[in-house]
Design a protein around this ligand. Structure first.
Ligand code: ADP
Length: 216
């Protein structure tokens, strides 16, 4: 479903570099990414999603090598096939909860009744449905994080990349989010890659990788 080969990346200022021999996540597999702050976990997710390009090596998503696609094609693939939960949520505060949740499908050209229904169902499960028509700038951090999770799943991505998706949530809601993400992966046979510091949550994943060994 999703794999990398001999991935090497250094930020242009030369401060940090990452070298990942081989990584892969199969259909329906759930993988945790752990390691101390600054070890490169977010950088790795950015490489997987094609937001940044590696210096060498390849990222392959459902058989497509991102290095062989134009920037426009990578963006289209990201919108249609990936679900991303960013650490800072990356919501548009001037849009409603509904419009944020439906944004990837709207931009990716896949918005239909099924996606709308799924978005609404996710909002129910994540207990944010009561805010459906409110602006994202007007709801709490915990609610915003759950909007980001619903947005990542509504368009039925083949892989979900989540960067600390429970950081702003209490233990009960963290559990709800983790259950939702892992059940989604198993039901839809999607790969789930999730950065988390929480051992109780990562123990529910199929395996956990520590990125410390990747820092070149
Ligand atoms: P983690 O997610 O494990 O906390 P990050 O991937 O965010 O780690 O960061 C890894 C390292 O890369 C850090 O030293 C960070 O300062 C550096 N870094 C992150 N983003 C940039 C950037 N845009 N330009 C230069 N260095 C960066």
């Amino acid at each position: 479903m999703l794999s990398t080969r001999d991935l090497r990346f250094a930020y242009p200022n030369g401060g940090f570099s990452l070298s990942v021999a081989d990584f892969s996540a199969a259909e329906g597999e759930t993988v945790g990414i752990s390691g101390p702050s600054g070890a490169g976990k977010s950088t790795f997710l950015r490489l997987l999603s094609g937001i940044i390009r590696p210096d060498t090596g390849s990222v392959i998503i459902s058989g497509e090598n991102l290095a062989q696609l134009s920037a426009k094609a990578v963006r289209a693939l990201r919108l249609r096939r990936l679900g991303l939960v960013f650490q800072d949520f990356a919501l548009l505060d001037y849009l409603s909860v509904e419009d944020n949740i439906l944004l990837p499908s709207r931009l990716g050209g896949t918005l239909d009744d099924q996606v709308r229904r799924q978005g609404r169902e996710l909002a129910d499960q994540l207990e944010i449905a009561q805010h459906w028509n409110r602006l994202c700038g007007e709801i709490s951090q915990g609610e915003r994080q759950r909007v980001a999770v619903a947005r990542a799943l509504a368009h039925s991505p083949v892989a979900v990349l989540a960067d600390e998706p429970t950081a702003s949530l209490d233990a009960k809601r963290s559990q709800v989010v983790m259950n939702l993400l892992t059940c989604y992966a198993k039901e839809k046979q999607a790969a789930l890659i999730v950065v988390t510091h929480d051992n109780a949550l990562s123990s529910q994943l199929d395996r956990v990788i520590n990125v410390e060994e990747w820092t070149a």
